[in-house]
Design a protein around this ligand. Structure first.
Ligand SMILES: [Zn+2]
Length: 259
């Protein structure tokens, strides 16, 4: 029997705080992983290289108090930092609301929500890293696949079929184009998205959204001469966007169009 339960306020606050802290760590990963820098070690200002203190590293709060500038050199701090922190806070709160309420027990619900939050957080980092560098680091992709498998498993989803179809679809393109159309990162990401969605119709919907939105953006960039026919557009952000739309509204859309 499904017991519906409401989310205690303390858990919601904890979810937001966990998201803010992981968002802050996520900014470090976005910055350091593509450069293959160590993710240990203290953060520093990219302009004046001064090591940041605790007071510079409080998620969102430091950015507001410092008015978006480095305390020492006064150079601007990117808006990416507070936006990623706030988005991560929201994603963990969303995960808690989505997974705790329908869970068979409180403990399973909390575990499921934590895994879902980690999946959504990693999707955000994957989309941003790919958009900025056209690379999807394995250090993000592989944990996403593992957390998606675990989350799908405890929720009794169909894991293997959509994961194999997703990765097979990109692996085939990779073989045919000898790696020119898609990267190996897309193959792993598609496996993770298949397991994350846990259903073949939802995976197909996510791919369809990714291709349509990717084509629209590519045409806009071509018209504005930001890209040429030869340049490659990072596909990760579109895959992530498609996966998120399919995850949140997919069931309704699939019912509507009878996929
Ligand atoms: Zn500085």
């Amino acid at each position: 029997m499904m017991v519906s339960m409401s989310v205690p306020l303390g858990f919601s606050i904890f979810a937001i705080l966990l998201g803010l802290i992981l968002g802050s760590f996520g900014n470090v990963l976005i910055y350091r992983l593509p450069k293959e820098k160590s993710i240990g070690g203290r953060s520093y200002c990219p302009h004046c290289k001064r090591t940041l203190g605790i007071i510079d590293l409080i998620p969102v709060v430091s950015f507001v108090l410092l008015r978006a500038r480095c305390r020492t050199c006064r150079k601007p701090i990117s808006w990416q930092y507070p936006l990623v922190e706030l988005s991560s806070g929201f994603l963990f709160l969303y995960a808690l609301q989505a997974d705790l309420v329908a869970a068979p027990s409180f403990a399973v619900g909390v575990l499921s929500a934590l895994l879902l939050g980690l999946c959504l957080w990693l999707l955000l980092l994957i989309a941003l890293t790919d958009a900025k560098t056209a690379l999807i680091p394995d250090a993000l992709n592989i944990p996403f696949l593992v957390f998606s498998l675990l989350h799908g498993y405890i929720n009794g989803l169909d894991l293997i079929t959509p994961a194999v179809i997703g990765s097979g679809f990109f692996a085939a393109q990779w073989v045919i184009s000898r790696g020119r159309w898609v990267g190996t990162g897309d193959i792993v990401l598609a496996a993770g998205i298949g397991a994350f969605l846990g259903s073949v119709p939802l995976l197909l919907l996510a791919l369809w959204i990714a291709y349509v939105s990717g084509a629209i953006v590519a045409v806009i960039l071509l018209i504005h001469k930001k890209k040429t026919m030869q340049s490659r557009l990072a596909f990760g952000p579109f895959l992530v966007g498609g996966a998120c739309v399919a995850f949140v509204w997919g069931e309704q859309i699939v019912r509507l169009v009878g996929l």
